[in-house]
Design a protein around this ligand. Sequence first.
Ligand code: FAD
Length: 488
Amino acid sequence: QHKALIIGAGIAGIATAIRLAIKGYQVEVYEANSYPGGKLSQFTQSGYRFDAGPSLFTMPQYIDELFRLAGKEPSQYFRYQQLDEVCRYFYEDGTRLTAYADADRFASEVSEKTNEPSSSVDHYFKKSGIIYNITNHVFLERSLHLLKTYLRWDTFKSILRFGKIDPFRTMHKANESFFKDARMVQFFDRYATYNGSNPYSAPATLNVIPHLEQHFGAYFPEGGMYSITDSLVQLAEGLGVKFHYNSKVDEIVLDGRIAKGIKVNGEVINADAVLSNMDVWFTYHRLLNKYPQLKPQKILSQERSSSALIFYWGIKKQFMQLDLHNIFFSADYEAEFDAIWKDKSIYHDPTVYLNISSKYKTDDAPEGCENWFTMINVPANTGQDWGKFITEARKDILNKLSRLLGEDISKLIVCESILDPRSIESRTSSYQGSLYGTSSNSQFAAFLRHANQSSKIKGLYFCGGSVHPGGGIPLCLLSAKIVSEMLP
Ligand code: FAD
């Protein structure tokens, strides 16, 4: 039996373990933390439960697929429900807009609340769907680094239709051409943040993201986001995968140009294949540091995605006007993105994302209370004075929420935890605390993401948000699929 070692029990590491076990491999996962999930973890404080990282769940079919591959009925192990209301939007001018899952209902909401006719929304989603149909097979579901991808007929057809994916102008420019009402431009610009990019520089190809949310839907896992990690670890263990926690891998052991195994807790463990689910930047800088000549310099020097600052607040009240996902927009989106991307700082009026899982999973907060996951986008960590940023941002966020909700929120906070780019970096070894690996701020980004297989070291493979096809749970799960198909 072939043996595979996986470094890291992030969501891609767990999914890869499942796929390789099904393929017949003996699989062992080594995880530095005492718990699985990496960014997709949870914690409790003063009777409140918080999902620590991701809060928006899309493309659940990729999770179901893992259970089905193992011969199990997914709904017996992992249940989720589709959201009718995807997100509630609060604008500084008083506009309140609900993004309904139903396309017609959303289009009428837009025509009622803004100056856009419902037809412009229909038109937009059609265009977004076309981009998906062209890019899906080429950019997401296959390796961009294997010749066989380019020899396929559907790849060839996609290349012929390349102009239709709108790569030569920015998301913002494209959105301005679809909508006259600035509120709708801002609404659709926000999708750039789904992979930590900047709508004022990311190519309009990323306008595919609204289609993913609109067409495939947004969901809530019954057990909260952490149940994704939990149910997949159980599935993996049932397939014989062995997880070693508190096991920080120190080195990938090479024999010439062949990966032979890993060094962990002073011991060398040999295997037929080594897979890193660790951020690719740290994989080279920490585990392969002895071999500077093997570092793919250009790829490792790509700009990182943005990071996040999160305040987890236990709130001793319930708010009827809020739902699971809520956005409080900045009055000046361009200035906000300029602060993040040009000044590497935080804008004084940031867009605030508020996630409240207790709206759906009531035992996540004590009775009459809510668990607030309050997040703003911030630059990746390049040594800024985070202490100062956090103090200022906390004040600005509380002012904004209190103003738009008509109540002094600071008086309602019972407990608080904070996650910032430094702690994201140290807890999950994500270079600069970026949430999604490299940014997508250029039309070449997809091609400059690290491949799922090393071209210089035989037997070394990669999965996770810092490599192809990119960050976010769905793409991490696709990286697991692509990489497991590469192994013999
Ligand atoms: P990671 O989660 O990065 O885990 C890597 C693992 O490797 C960690 O457990 C780490 O401890 C381990 N490791 C590192 N070095 C070593 C070593 N030397 N030895 C052993 N183990 C090691 N995505 C969405 O889809 N929707 C969202 O709403 C969303 N929101 C987000 C919000 C936040 C605050 C964050 C942080 C991320 C968010 N994301 C979201 C992105 C998503 O969480 C990530 O893309 C995804 O979870 C990354 O998974 P991964 O497999 O790359 O591994």
